[in-house]
Design a protein around this ligand. Structure first.
Ligand SMILES: [Zn+2]
Length: 136
């Protein structure tokens, strides 16, 4: 299994569902991912502006400052794009497993407490009480 990115700000799936419920957790993950997409867009604008300004600067200090702006915008933009894709794919991956395999109810489940994490998050359908695991 490929290692996944882990960030301190990540709310682990089980904790997020326990605290917010699945629908709110999913909504927040999508909002967070799209906030990172907005940051990627802003970094792109900053990068284009810095490249355009590069031809205007003659002094070494101005050129160095501009180079730092290019490197900074590029690095933050790449990080934000990776974070956007990770958050979006993770949320979609979980949402694709939110259908009850038995009755087909979407996102109508609660956590089954006390099961070891790592093998997925155990959930139980609110409608038919069927249990299944959602891979995190
Ligand atoms: Zn069900």
């Amino acid at each position: 299994m490929a290692p996944r990115l882990r960030y301190k700000s990540d709310v682990r799936l089980a904790d997020g569902i326990r605290r917010l419920g699945f629908r709110k957790w999913y909504e927040r993950e999508l909002l967070k991912s799209h906030a990172h997409l907005t940051l990627t867009f802003l970094c792109t604008v900053g990068l284009l502006g810095a490249f355009e300004a590069a031809s205007q600067f003659r002094g070494l200090q101005d050129q160095m400052t501009n180079a730092a702006a290019i490197v900074g915008s590029g690095a933050i933009g790449v990080w934000a794009l990776r974070r956007y894709l990770y958050l979006l794919m993770h949320a979609e991956s979980v949402a694709n497993q939110a259908d009850c395999p038995q009755c087909g109810a979407y996102a109508r489940f609660k956590l089954v407490e006390g099961r070891a994490e790592g093998a997925g998050v155990a959930v139980c359908c609110r409608d038919c009480t069927h249990q299944w695991s959602i891979a995190d």
